[in-house]
Design a binder for this molecule. Sequence first.
Ligand code: ADP
Ligand code: MG
Length: 581
Amino acid sequence: MRRPLPLLLLAIGAIYGAWAIAHGSPYTLRVLSVAGIYALLALGYLMIFGQAGALALSSGTFMGIGAYAAGIAAARYGIGFDLALPLAVGLPVLLAALVAIPVLRLQTHYFALATLIISQIALLVATEWVGLTGGANGIGGIGGLTLAGFPIRAGWQSLALVWSAVAVGGWLAARMTGGLAGAGFAVMRADGATARAIGLDTDALRFAAFLASAAYGGFAGALYVHTIRVVSPDVLGFPVMVTCLTIAVVGGRRRVAGAIGGAVLVTLLPEWFRALRDYYLLAYGAILLAVIVLLPEGITEAAETLLARLLRPAPAPLPPALPVPPIAVTRGPLLEIDALTRSFGGLRALDDVSLRLAPGEVLGLIGPNGSGKTTLLNCVTGLYRPDAGRIRFLGADITRLPTHAIARAGLARTFQTVSLVAEMSALDNVAIAVEAASVGLLRALGGTGPQFTRARGIARTLLEAAGAAEVAQLPAGSLAYGIRRRVEIARALALRPRLLLLDEPAAGLNETEQADLAARLRDLAQGGLALLVIEHNMPFLLPLADRMICLDHGRVIASGSPAEIQSDPLVIEAYLGRGAA
Ligand code: ADP
Ligand code: MG
């Protein structure tokens, strides 16, 4: 039993639900229905906020739009809940798609602001377009829920329908946030650039998560309007969004159980505290504040940690090691960079840089700090757009390709500071790179279990080859620096690259580790992998490189064999001499 918490919550929920149906007042049943509706809203919010890590403030609005769509369809055209669902879900999804194009790339606080503005516009439309929406008064007299044309009575029938929807919605959300997609989201949250560099299409993931949040919101809105039987601008108001945020933060924003449990708690707490009369808001606020301060990851994650400490579950067994699929041999030039230029403000970080790399060749790239080495790597991997010049890889122009596409084409890299997902196992850090191209929400709905297992098998082989097999099941954040470097190289190799770019791989390693890394890199080169190695450490680089290039102020000032570079007066002046002095 690897996930005891959801089962425990399910048992508590089932007992409480049975009690409520047997003994609860109609009012209690309605409150529980509303809790289920908020659970659906929170499940959507889990996708964009918890998983994609974007602070969206529009989920309440998506629910409001779904509510208005279903409410207007019912009141004006006599269309019941079930028939109006495509509209109630489709309209918020369409709006999300439209606003996502300009807004989704914005940095987190601008994104929050942009989604807030969208919410204000929706509220304004609902209040002012009186002919359609009934203005500030809204629309009343909306019928109850229906299913396949049959009326669903208020009380336990409605409750059962709502919570069936929560069950299905929760199951779908678990699929979209578990397995490969969940691992993809985790990499993306830890570091977007890394995620793209291992071949994850982070834009597509975030876009899909945003649309999913809109779909859940719209569905919740349709249920809501047929449960409370009126629709008014209140449903588009900011308090709905605040409730949604509270549920996410209190329940645990990354867990399905957190969204559902949080929704029940946040909806029921005020009811339980009603007996306190005037003091209820105070008690309610104090409890929320206590949770936020004491359990910043939310109640579910805290409970998970506690249960894990009590039950001490064994780590998931290692999958059988699988062979790494071979890489086709290529001839001709591998990497061709022509007249690459990139400026930051007035500073020319790269100035007319050209270079060639043949298959299987090891090119050393040196230069003083700030000479443009990392910028060159960032341009080649698509993280920076060059101002001018052209980059070809295997004969194809990749100058304008997005980073994930370049990675998938067979160009892998490591970063100057090792960037692994700390809380994820070393094995999964590598496995997600094996299958990065098949990470997506639609695919996740179909289930990714077998794919993930296969990827883990390949990852295990890669970790063994990198000399990190013994740490496969440990969280990457707990590893020593030298081992983390090995895991990162194993992850880069998971892309089955033709060319591996390494940004100061020996930095921070002791001499034994350096010698070990040099030997491993030499083996890789002997196996036919081309390497571009940025390094300050000459004893490390000189025996490794077939050819070297020296950058200074963004310009190539020398290129040749390691021996030629070592004795080049310009290099000594710009770099080696300075180091010697
Ligand atoms: P190196 O890796 O050779 O030490 P970099 O490529 O990191 O050097 O940096 C080259 C120059 O470009 C430096 O002056 C650096 O400050 C500047 N630079 C690099 N990236 C950025 C950025 N994103 N924004 C502004 N300036 C940058
Ligand atoms: Mg650098």
